[in-house]
Write a protein that binds this ligand. Structure first.
Ligand code: SAH
Length: 266
């Protein structure tokens, strides 16, 4: 069978055509787990809430959308757990939302933004904003050859040397798991992953983005120091509002930078 010149024949070719496309990025998908992290951006870009949801009526996921210059912005927040009323944090909601949003919105680029724990031994401080180089899981231990690697689920973020040079962000590896605290087993895996920041969504978003060959970047702001003195939950809540402002500022700069550029120019 012969394919027309411009139709990619495999997912990898598709990724290649996306990455090398000379078409400016026209649609971005921002995935943010917590309302406190999302709302400052919703206000800044004057995004409006979608009342005719592109998602099934049963899900709590919320889409905010709008334009910045020629860039279509879709910001998805997984919403509040329908039974308990708290933000739907963690990998299950993150992967479902990423899957459904890619299907419904066909973004050129995904930005997963959020707060994270940081390791001071790796150079992280409260309020630092990291651009993630790669993501992996730390709570999927399957000690059988090859399944062990599947569990770790290492995925590369899109390489963005120009974005990095243009913005004042740190670079580090991200480790993801479904707990806010850290067990000794998790700690060993995080060290093996060489991670500087720890969250509850990144590697799940990366898994789905990779599946559909949508380039993805991860912007993570440090709310708590995991290898510090203070209890994580307390420190997280104390810093959430101020660090969300730093996150919001960084994501705004990223959006300004992206506007008018192609993927390969990032
Ligand atoms: N008690 C909090 C719980 C939020 S869970 C509340 O409801 O207000 C923490 C969220 O922040 C997750 O989305 C996670 O990605 C991120 N996060 C911040 N610090 C973290 C850490 N030390 N470990 C894991 N995730 C962290």
């Amino acid at each position: 069978m012969t394919l027309p010149q411009d139709i990619p024949s495999s997912a990898e070719d598709y990724m290649d055509s996306q990455t090398h496309s000379n078409r400016p990025i026209s649609s971005i998908l921002i995935i943010i787990a917590m309302q406190t992290e999302a709302l400052p951006l919703v206000e800044k870009f004057q995004l409006s809430e979608d009342h005719n949801s592109v998602f099934p009526k049963e899900v709590p996921w919320v889409r905010y959308h709008g334009m910045y210059k020629d860039l279509q912005i879709n910001l998805i927040w997984p919403g509040k757990d329908s039974a308990l009323g708290v933000d739907s944090v963690g990998t299950i909601s993150a992967s479902l939302v990423t899957y459904a949003s890619i299907q419904a919105l066909q973004p050129d680029l995904i930005i997963n933004a959020g707060t994270a724990g940081g390791f001071k031994a790796k150079g992280a401080s409260i309020g630092d904003v990291f651009l993630v180089s790669e993501c992996a899981f730390h709570d999927r231990r399957i000690p059988i050859p090859v399944f062990d690697l599947y569990g770790v689920g290492l995925k590369q973020a899109l390489k963005t040397p120009n974005l990095l040079a243009g913005l004042d962000l740190k670079v580090g590896k991200l480790s993801t798991g479904d707990s806010l605290d850290m067990s000794v087993q998790d700690e060993a895996s995080i060290i093996a992953n060489d991670a500087t920041v720890k969250d509850m969504e990144g590697a799940a978003v990366a898994y789905v983005a990779d599946m559909f060959k949508v380039p993805a970047i991860f912007v993570k702001a440090v709310t708590d120091i995991v290898d510090g003195e203070k209890p994580t939950a307390e420190e997280f809540l104390q810093n959430l509002a101020t660090v969300s402002a730093a996150l919001d500022e960084a994501v705004t700069q990223v959006i300004h930078f992206i506007s008018g550029k192609c993927i390969h120019e990032l």
